[in-house]
Design a binder for this molecule. Structure first.
Ligand code: FES
Length: 164
């Protein structure tokens, strides 16, 4: 059973992004749409993601960075020590990911897109991270967390606080 969950817990986002670029025939003029898709999948744009896109579209990385920093709707990696990226796509939402949003607001005073004042946690959201079979799903520090819940979240945060 545990293995089944692990087997399902694969980060499919790169494949989804690649398929999206393929649909757009890796066209350079589709860069904005591709960046939007990447942000939808990853919640924010990390260096790895930007490099992946730049390579696939055969564009200089500096150009891709230029576009990302020019438009205010693109988000670069948040500054928190730990990053919780919660999926708010339909499958995860109906399985209760919104309860985690409410919990973060009540307990830590932060909404999605925000970082706690001590910089311990950045709380981000994405729209479908390609793990609907294990909804509600989240990526915590880049690792897929299947069947995420308030209890699991609280356990992680307690561990981080102990680490200091
Ligand atoms: S909707 Fe959350 S992983 Fe697909």
């Amino acid at each position: 059973m545990a293995n089944e969950v692990k087997g399902a817990a694969v980060d499919n986002r790169w494949k989804i992004l690649e398929a999206f670029m393929k649909v757009h025939q890796y066209r350079k003029d589709a860069l904005i749409e591709i960046l939007h898709k990447a942000q939808e999948l990853f919640g924010f744009l990390t260096e790895d993601v930007l490099l992946f896109i730049a390579n696939k579209l055969d564009l200089p990385k500096s150009y891709v960075y230029g576009v990302v920093t020019f438009y205010h709707f693109f988000r670069l990696k948040p500054q928190g020590k730990h990053v919780i990226l919660l999926c708010l796509g339909t499958a995860c939402y109906v399985k209760g990911s919104n309860k985690i949003v409410e919990y973060m607001k009540e307990k830590y005073g932060i909404d999605v897109g925000m970082t706690t004042s001590d910089n311990l946690i950045s709380f981000m959201s994405a729209r479908c991270i390609g793990a609907c079979g294990v909804a509600p799903a989240a990526m915590v520090d880049g690792v897929l967390e299947p069947y995420f819940s308030v209890e699991k979240l609280e356990k992680k945060i307690e561990e981080w606080k102990k680490e200091g």
